[in-house]
Ligand binder design. Sequence first.
Ligand code: NAP
Length: 242
Amino acid sequence: MKILILGGTAEARELANRLVGLGHEVTTSLAGRTQDPILPQGGLRMGGFGGIPGLAAYLRVAGIETLVDATHPYAGQISINAVAAAQAVHVPLIRYMRPEWEQQIGDDWITVETMVEAAAVLPHNADVLLTTGHAGLEHFLARDDCQFVVRTIEAPDMALPRHASLLQTRPPYGLIDEMALMEREGITHLVTKNSGGKQTSSKLEAARRLGVKVIMIARPVYGPANEVSSVNDAMAALGLAG
Ligand code: NAP
């Protein structure tokens, strides 16, 4: 089978490796933003397609039989484009989406739709652990009545103001370290996307144990696709044993 995987996640890499192992012709597409990414087996292409028409043209010209969108849950634009491009050229679309984190007893979450809303609901003088990445940082930093610990993998382009400090680290994060960080910094609010998965979920348990409020930014909505929530289910959706 000739398969295009829209990648950028560990699960996309796992799927590509398994499909290549079974002898399928797989190309993984990466946006090309991460320095030194861990590469999957099989073919590789880098950079944007040029919107919906570009992706549709690629699918047609390369003779792709199935498109798999295994991008990060918050990579909204490429997932929307995948729906429209696959429909335009009548290529089946499978979307792998990590299961969402769900609120548990003892959690104190406020769910919002956007970064702007998340910044607005922070109370005056909140001590915030901000784990939403680079996009939308300016909305939070405009709140100079709050203090921020900005945790990112790669340093942001902008200099941080005096009411924010940068914590540049890479997941996975464990519960003990997350609790120590929140206690050391006197965190009252955690702002996070609902990324799902285990690599960064300890912050939610730490927040639960310490009574830290969580501002949860909901996932974007992408449109119809055959959606699966595990790599095994993606294999099954491709007609291959899981
Ligand atoms: P995005 O906002 O959905 O995409 C913006 C544009 O980047 C798309 O319209 C597309 O350009 C290009 N693009 C994105 N993913 C691509 C891919 N896999 N292959 C080719 N082009 C791609 O995405 P983003 O949030 O910037 O994320 C970029 C990549 O990083 C994604 O592949 C995602 O899996 C990965 N990632 C994102 C996050 C996150 O929190 N957003 C976290 C971890 C990993 P054209 O319109 O020109 O085709």
